[in-house]
Ligand binder design. Structure first.
Ligand code: CA2
Length: 148
């Protein structure tokens, strides 16, 4: 299984500021965390982080035909980006959305997610664990498909 993990704007700043909301750990440690889960399951994982909406759209389009599943934390674009929603719908690759924080307990503008309209599941408020749950959900879904 080929998995793409996409992180949106400012996720590369993890562990530097707002530690009370996003935790103490760095972006690099998020990657190591995801890598080790994927290794155990034999998942071929690649990562993409960008602060630019169009670059995220381009990367989703590139995934078409070469990627089995996508985990995405679109960060602030969650709440604004019809372009990322449309890209996910266009490629129609099974996708889960992740948020480190509980977006429903924060400012009202974070309560709405465009991306949820394309995601099979959304995991929020569990820090890195949400990525693990998303990876395992997609792994189990796609393994089930191959067997059946
Ligand atoms: O909870 C999440 O994972 C978010 O997707 C994170 C976004 C935020 O805009 C979403 O509403 C919820 C923010 C990304 C990280 O931003 C940082 C800001 C300062 C320091 C470190 C990271």
């Amino acid at each position: 299984m080929k998995l793409l993990i996409i992180n949106g704007p400012n996720i590369n700043m993890l562990g530097i500021r707002e530690k009370g909301i996003y935790g103490e750990e760095s972006y690099e440690s998020l990657l190591s965390y995801c890598r080790s889960i994927c290794e155990k399951k034999g998942i071929e994982v690649s990562f993409f982080q960008s602060n630019h909406e169009g670059d995220i759209v381009d990367r989703i389009q590139e995934a078409y035909g070469s990627t089995d599943a996508i985990v995405i934390n679109p960060a602030a674009y969650t709440h604004t980006s019809v372009a990322i929603l449309d890209a996910l719908k266009a490629v129609n690759i099974p996708c889960c959305e992740v948020h480190l924080s509980n977006i429903y307990e924060r400012e009202e503008f974070r309560h709405h997610s465009y991306i949820s309209l394309a995601a099979e599941k959304t995991f929020y408020g569990e820090g890195f664990k949400g990525y693990e749950k998303a990876i395992l959900y997609l792994f189990e879904k796609l393994s089930g498909k191959q067997e059946g």
